[in-house]
Design a protein around this ligand. Structure first.
Ligand code: MG
Length: 173
C-alpha cells in the first residue's frame, strides 16, 4: 500500500542527482516536474544555472518538463530551457505518462521522473514502473490545490520515518 509512494532515489535537489549513474542504468528520458522542483510554485523563475545543467543533460537524455500546471505557465519554462513540455498531466493518473511513451517510443524502464511530491510525482512514476526520484521542494509555498496532498504526504513521511523507510534529509541513490 505504501510502496508506491517510496522513491527509488532521494536527493536534496536536481543538482545532486547522479545523472551518470542514470545513464549507465539505461535511462534515456527524464520527466521533470515544474512547481517546486525547478521553480517556486507562484513565480516564474528562469534560472541560468538550471539552463546550464539542462544543456549538459540534453546530450544524454530527452528532457521533458512534466507538469500538472497550465500550458501558459509551463511553456515559459519550456521555451527558456529549450526542452519539451507536457502540461495538465493529471499526475498521478497514467494518461499523460502513456502519451509520453507513445510519443517518444521509450520503454518504461528507460524513463526517470524527478519531482518534489510523493502523491503526484512519485506515485505516478512508480505506477508506470519508471525510475522515481524525489527532491526537496525549493519553497514551502504551494499551489492551493496542493495543500491536501501535502497533509497526506506529512503523514507518509512520519510513517516512513518510524519504519526506517525514508528519513527527511537522509539522501540515497
Ligand atoms: Mg511539484
Amino acid at each position: 500500500m505504501y510502496k508506491r509512494f517510496i522513491p527509488d532515489i532521494y536527493q536534496e535537489s536536481i543538482y545532486k542527482i547522479n545523472y551518470e549513474k542514470l545513464k549507465k542504468e539505461g535511462i534515456k528520458c527524464i520527466l521533470i516536474d515544474l512547481d517546486n522542483t525547478i521553480s517556486s510554485a507562484k513565480e516564474v523563475i528562469l534560472d541560468s544555472k538550471i539552463k546550464k545543467l539542462f544543456d549538459k543533460l540534453k546530450k544524454d537524455f530527452r528532457l521533458v518538463i512534466f507538469s500538472n500546471n497550465f500550458p501558459k505557465r509551463v511553456s515559459k519554462f519550456g521555451n527558456y530551457y529549450g526542452v519539451d513540455i507536457a502540461c495538465l498531466s493529471l499526475k498521478p493518473l497514467r494518461y499523460k505518462y502513456k502519451y509520453i511513451l507513445k510519443k517518444y517510443k521509450f520503454k518504461n524502464h528507460e524513463i526517470a521522473t524527478i519531482g518534489d511530491q510523493l502523491l503526484t510525482d512519485i506515485q505516478g512514476g512508480n505506477k508506470m514502473h519508471f525510475k522515481t526520484i524525489l527532491v526537496n521542494p525549493i519553497s514551502d509555498i504551494d499551489e492551493k490545490e496542493t495543500w491536501l496532498n501535502r497533509e497526506i504526504e506529512k503523514k507518509l513521511f512520519i510513517y516512513f520515518d518510524k519504519n526506517n523507510i525514508l528519513k527527511k534529509g537522509k539522501y540515497y541513490d
